[in-house]
Design a protein. Structure first.
Length: 94
């Protein structure tokens, strides 16, 4: 997990800009944006655990995720499942 990375999953550009501004106010976060479930899947590969129980992409995992549940190509709940599979108990704000 990268403690300076924040993942913002949102499909509204206006919300994206507002949230980026707020995050800049509270800390030096690197904000990574995803607009669709497909983009989240790309970021975290197959989103599964390795045979030894470790996560497939631990270095890519953000410190926290800000998630819009209404995404154009699917439901935000699917993103939660994928993030949990890839990053364990990553902090989520819905």
């Amino acid at each position: 997990m990268d403690p300076t990375k924040a993942l913002l999953v949102v499909n509204n550009v206006s919300d994206e800009h507002k949230l980026r501004e707020k995050l800049a106010e509270i800390g030096p976060y690197t904000v990574v944006i995803a607009h669709t479930i497909a983009e989240v899947e790309e970021m975290f590969g197959c989103c599964t655990r390795n045979p030894d129980g470790t996560f497939a992409a631990p270095a890519k995992c953000p410190a926290f995720v800000l998630l819009d549940l209404t995404l154009p190509n699917g439901k935000g709940l699917a993103v939660i499942r994928k993030l949990r599979a890839a990053c364990g108990n990553v902090s989520l704000l819905v």
